[in-house]
Each structure stands twice: as C-alpha cells, then as structure tokens.
Design a protein around this ligand. Structure first.
Ligand code: AMP
Ligand code: MG
Length: 494
C-alpha cells in the first residue's frame, strides 16, 4: 500500500523537511488533503514560486494546479493538520485547530525553510461544524492581500497562488471551492501555546516553546533570566512592530482572535480585513464584529490583550507571574513609539521629537472629522512637499484648521537638519503607497473571476506588487472609492 502511494507521489524536485510533523502526535493529525474536481489556477505569485524554488512554467500547468489543490501526494511531504485552541472575541473557545488548512511540510528554499499550507483542502479532525473548504472570493482576498502586505514591507504570510474548482460550497448562498497555498517560516499561533497550557499538557508546551526558540528566537536562550519570558518579550516586540505598520497603512485585520496571532509577528489568516477608505478611527471592517472589538483604533490594545493571553499560557514554564508581567511591560511604550516612528516617516520627518505625537494626533482628528481618504491624503501630502498643497487642502472641509496644521508641519520639516524637499518627497512616496487593496478593488476582481475571467485579478495583483510606483493605466486603482464601496459587507463567512 505504502509502495503504491510512494510510486504515485509527484516529485517537485524540492527538499522537504517535516520538523513540525516530528514534534509528535500530540501536536497534529497526519492526513491527506481531499481532492477537488477540475482545479485550475486563478492566480499565482512568481516571487513566491521563486522563494520555494519552483519552476513557474511547471507550476502554472494543470499538473501544478492539481498538486497545489491537494489532488496528488507530494514526494517528501508529510501532510498534517495541527491542533490549537484560542480566545475568540474575548472568550475562551477551547480546541480549534486547522479545520481546513493542511500543512504539507517545509520546503528548503533559496532563503531557508518555509512551511507550505493548503487552505481549503478538506476536512480534518479539527473541522468542527465546518466543511473543510474555502470559497473563491475569500481565497482571492487572502492571496491578493498576502502579496500586497509583503510589497508594503509588512510582515506577513505569503501566497503562492489560488486554484479554483467548480465544486459547490454552501455559505449564505452556493459558491465554489478554492485553495490558497500559503507560505510562511511557521504558522504557529498564540493559540498553539494556549492549547497545551490550558489542557495541562505542560511537557508538550515546553517542547513547543523550545521548538520556537531554537528555530526562530535563538537569542532567547542567551538572554538573562527565563528563556520563555524572553520569548514572550521578543514576540511582544515583533507584534508591536507589526501592528504599528497596520495602523500606519490603515489596515484593519478584522479577526484578531488569539488563534489568528502568529508567534513570529506575521500578519496571518486574512478574513474580513480592510484597508481604510475614508479615515474613521473607530472603523469596524468585520460585519460579524457587532461590538467593534476589533475596530481599527483598538488593534494596538487588542494585540496587548492577546499577548497577555500568550503570557498566561507560558506561565507554567516560568518561575512566577512577575516574569510574564515584566516581559509584557515594554509593549506599552514600544507600541506607541513604533507607531510614532511610522507616522513620522509618513510625514517626512526622520527623527521623532517632542511635539510630533501632538502634530500627528491633531492631523488624525481633522482627517476623522472630514472623513478624509486615508491613502490618497498621504500620497498627495508626499507630492506636496515639493509643490502645491492645494490638492491636499481640497480634501478638507475645515480649510482654516487644515492650514494651521499644514503651517506647523512645514515649520517642523524646515527645522530638520539639512532638510531637502526633493529627497523628503521621494522618501514619503516610498512610505505612503499609491495603491492598497481596497474592498471595492478586490470585489471587482472577484466578480470577474467568478465568471472565469482572471484578467482584472492579474492587473490588480501587479499593481499591489508595486504599491509605491506611479504606473500609467493604473489610475483607477489609485482613485477614490466609488459610492457603492461603503455598502460592501465582509463577514467571517469564508
Ligand atoms: P477563522 O476565524 O477563519 O480563523 O477560523 C476559526 C476556526 O474555524 C479555525 O479553527 C478554522 O480552521 C475553522 N474553520 C473556519 N472555517 C472552516 C471551514 N469551512 N471548515 C472547517 N473549519 C473551518
Ligand atoms: Mg484562523
């Protein structure tokens, strides 16, 4: 039986490691993806193919599509679904786990080991009430956003591509199945630690923490004091940096449950996310989030809440609770400092100095009051350093208040040592993107893709891969959202 499977297995010419599989059966269930009929590529990422060392021409073939839909066993890969738990919307949810994502293993690519997961690849023991599938629309969103975030320089899982199948999937209506191939150094979540901690499996908790330290945070071993407290501090630092970048680009994650928080500080599990259109600090992008727990301006505090849950999970590995509290404490200063650094860069201000927080806050207040488009504002401001402030001013109803702010900003720029307007503008144009994955842009590409036409998706993907460039023919992707954009409702249904 095994021999037959081996013979059928397709050899991708890749070197596979299965370090997570080797952790043992407490951590996962070994299983194979469930095939889907007639898969075809909806989109692929050339740069992720290169990261894995895959030949793009082969990848884009029918065999490549079948392979990354989970229809063929892969030589050297040891597919599995991992078990984790987590807090969802502030409540302990108990055991969750990979209900539809199947980890194939780790590919030893040109830049190191990368885990490869097929999301939507069929039922697992952790599927609970779900069907193990993902629909085309949410898979396209995850694919595009992974690559968009990467191009923005924001830590994220990557996506090799999306395949689609005509197989029906029941959501609010009947849709069709898709599989996203996701790639990251590790998909281990805060929820993995919570799982072993809350179920009293403390030996496995230690094994997992040692695994993460050894492979991803080796400095924690050398740090003074408890290595697991050092891990908590290091994860807090990376999480602060990630969330600061979300805030600075106007990204709302939408479902910051602890099972969606990466232990590596990567943006993972793209669901009802949104890039802000008009600036509204209390914006809630997830239609299912009725209480606004994950509103845009709450993300920094929610990240701390999640880190606190991680700290609690790690307590059995520490000498006392104080070690966890001490490890978490720096986040409270690190988060606003990281955000101010990012906001300063957006404003063209290199170093942070007294008064910058106030300058930023007063601007955000004005932008909120006049519901100013977040992305277009920053882009226009970047151009205004060398030229005319009028296009920025036009975005405000309270012109006088904006003028007062702009005068202060210009004075602040002038006192920069060796201030050079041209260089500052260039730096701002590399910081403030022209194109982000606004909901309506994804929606237009999805509507076409559902009809079997992937050209708009490819065009949007291309623009998102170069978000700071001014490319002719992409003006519509950088424009104000149409009126119908605010009517789009994105929920947890995916
Ligand atoms: P999410 O909110 O998408 O991060 O998912 C939360 C949990 O539900 C995870 O354990 C997922 O694997 C699981 N899940 C979500 N959708 C499905 C589905 N269609 N089938 C099986 N499990 C699912
Ligand atoms: Mg999830």
């Amino acid at each position: 039986m095994n021999t037959t499977l081996e013979e059928q297995a397709i050899d991708l010419g890749l070197t596979w490691h299965n370090r997570f599989a080797d952790l043992g059966e407490a951590f996962h269930t070994l299983l194979r993806p469930t095939p889907l009929p007639s898969p075809r590529w909806v989109g692929t990422s050339e740069s992720v193919a290169r990261l894995l060392g895959l030949d793009l021409q082969w990848l884009e073939s029918d065999l490549g599509a079948a392979t990354f839909t989970g229809n063929l066993p892969i030589a050297g890969a040891q597919p599995l679904a991992s078990v984790y738990s987590g807090h969802q919307f502030g409540h302990w949810a108990g055991q969750l786990g990979d209900g539809r994502a199947i980890l194939l293993g780790e590919v030893d690519g040109p830049t190191g080991l990368l885990e490869v997961q097929l999301k939507g690849a069929g039922l697992t023991p952790y599927s609970r009430m779900g069907d193990g599938r993902a629909v085309l629309r949410s898979s396209i969103r995850e694919f595009l956003c992974s690559e968009a975030m990467h191009a923005l320089g924001i830590p994220t899982s990557r996506a090799l591509g999306v395949t689609g199948s005509p197989a029906p999937v029941r959501r609010e209506e009947i849709e069709t199945a898709a599989v996203v191939t996701r790639v990251a150094p590790s998909f281990i979540r805060f929820g993995h630690f919570e799982h072993f901690s809350h179920s009293g499996q403390h030996a496995q908790l230690r094994t997992l923490a040692d695994f993460v330290i050894d492979h991803f945070y080796p400095d924690c071993r050398a740090a003074p004091g408890n290595a697991y407290a050092a891990l908590l501090a290091a994860v807090s630092e990376r999480t602060a940096e990630m969330v600061a970048q979300w805030q600075a680009v106007g990204f709302c994650h939408g479902v910051m449950n602890t099972d969606n928080m990466s232990i590596l500080g990567l943006t993972i599990d793209y669901g009802p996310f949104q890039f802000l259109d008009a600036f509204n600090p209390g914006h809630i992008c997830n239609h299912s989030d009725t209480g606004g727990r994950y509103a845009y301006n709450r993300q920094p505090n929610i990240a701390y809440w999640n880190l606190f849950a991680l700290g609690q999970a790690l307590l059995p590995l520490m000498d006392d609770q104080q070690q966890a509290l001490d490890a978490l404490e720096p986040y409270k200063a690190h988060m606003p400092a990281a955000l101010q650094r990012r906001m300063n860069a957006k404003l063209g201000l290199t170093r942070v100095q007294d008064g910058d927080a106030e300058l930023t806050e007063s601007l955000m207040k004005l932008m909120a009051a006049d519901a100013v488009d977040f992305t277009i504002f920053w882009r226009r401001l970047s151009h205004a350093v060398t030229g005319n402030l009028e296009p920025v001013r036009d975005m405000f109803l309270q012109r006088d208040a904006f003028d007062t702010w702009a005068t202060r900003w210009r004075e602040r720029l002038q006192v920069l040592p060796g201030f050079d307007a041209g260089a500052t503008s260039v730096q701002m144009l590399q910081t403030n993107p022209r194109v982000v994955l606004r909901n309506h842009l994804g929606e237009i590409a999805i509507r076409q893709a559902r009809q079997g036409n992937f050209s708009e998706l490819a065009r949007l993907q291309n623009a998102l891969e170069h978000p700071f460039e001014e490319v002719a023919g992409q003006e519509d992707l950088a424009a104000f959202p149409p009126d119908w954009a605010s009517q789009i409702e994105i929920s947890c249904s995916s």
